[in-house]
Unconditional design. Structure first.
Lengths: 155, 183
């Protein structure tokens, strides 16, 4: 009575995993294209304020970054809790700014040096004293294009 | 005579199982070492440094819009305590002076906004004040571009933008901060 024989249970068709690497490669390419290799480790905590009148920084190679904020917890013993300046990846003082700017400038081709912008990433709670000193030093070094980094807020 | 069987043929299928592993490894590497860097901010042009004191010209008081911020993050605009939310509209009214009032600027070309902080002012307040002033200029330029060219300021050509900028120049002077508050 083969008509009533239970058909051998069809095994569920195997899911082909051949496309799994493809999916992963797609994700990989997305990350490769969209992200930037982090080149500095933030030693100060920076929480930039919100603003509406923002311009995007186009060419990253023409931007140098100055970070100002309270040192992160592991540096409190060495550097205290007062807001400090970080240039590149080490703590610096205002007097180190000209050398820092020069080091960045030499990496930029001559014709583009006028377009160099300094991005100031300052924590919202920092008081204007140190920021003013830094701005004065930037002016003295001829660096007038400055970008106050901020997060976008809707009107 | 042994028949050549299919087993003698070397199977030339690559086992694709490890491809996924390689891909995952690379993906994790990129996830860990990179950041989605969205970098934007308020773009300003600092005044060039000069050793001499700035020339305190005899400016007519009506042409100066003074904004003072103290260490408690309070604003004093032209002598009156003001909220940061009202700053934008007051600045726009001052610069454009549509009603030709005697106490506001003579023309947008002569309007000067002067900003003075204290060393104890918080950066957040400073930036929100600067943002409002920049927004006032941007909105005025947008409205002017609409009136003159019928397009938004951002859609204008370089020369047209320069024209609008000449009509409404951004003259914002920042004075040396006072040192009354705690740094």
């Amino acid at each position: 009575m083969s008509k009533f024989d239970k058909k051998r249970g069809k095994s569920a068709p195997k899911v082909s995993t051949a496309s799994l690497p493809d999916i992963v490669f797609m994700l990989l390419f997305f990350f490769m294209v969209v992200t930037v290799l982090r080149d500095t480790e933030l030693k100060v905590s920076v929480n930039t304020p919100f603003a509406t009148e923002l311009t995007k920084l186009e060419n990253k190679s023409l931007v140098n970054f100055l970070y100002i904020g309270q040192p992160s917890a592991e540096y409190w013993d060495l550097y205290g809790k007062n807001p400090r300046l970080q240039l590149g990846d080490k703590f610096s003082s205002v007097a180190d700014i000209p050398i820092f700017l020069e080091k960045h400038k030499v990496k930029v081709p001559e014709g583009q040096r006028d377009a160099i912008t300094s991005s100031l990433k300052v924590d919202g709670k920092v008081t204007m004293g140190i920021v003013q000193d830094i701005k004065t030093q930037l002016r003295k070094s001829g660096q007038v294009k400055v970008n106050y980094s901020a997060k976008r807020r809707e009107q | 005579m042994a028949k050549t069987s299919t087993r003698d043929r070397i199977s030339n299928e690559i086992n694709a199982g490890s491809m996924a592993d390689i891909a995952f490894l690379l993906l994790i590497f990129f996830l860990v070492t990179t950041t989605i860097d969205e970098d934007e901010g308020i773009l300003v042009r600092l005044p060039p440094w000069s050793e001499d004191e700035p020339d305190i010209q005899r400016l007519k008081e009506r042409n100066v819009f003074s904004v003072l911020v103290n260490a408690s993050n309070q604003l004093l605009v032209r002598g009156e305590p003001t909220n940061v939310f009202d700053l934008r509209n007051r600045a726009k009214e001052f610069i454009l002076n549509p009603q030709r009032r005697e106490d506001l600027s003579e023309s947008p070309g002569r309007a000067i906004v002067s900003l003075k902080n204290d060393r104890g002012t918080s950066y957040e307040t400073y930036l929100s004040v600067y943002n409002e002033l920049q927004a006032a200029y941007n909105e005025l330029r947008f409205e002017q571009a609409m009136k003159k060219y019928g397009k938004a300021y951002d859609d204008l050509t370089g020369n047209e933008r320069a024209d609008i900028r000449a009509m409404i120049p951004m003259i914002l002077s920042e004075a040396e901060p006072t040192a009354f508050g705690e740094e």
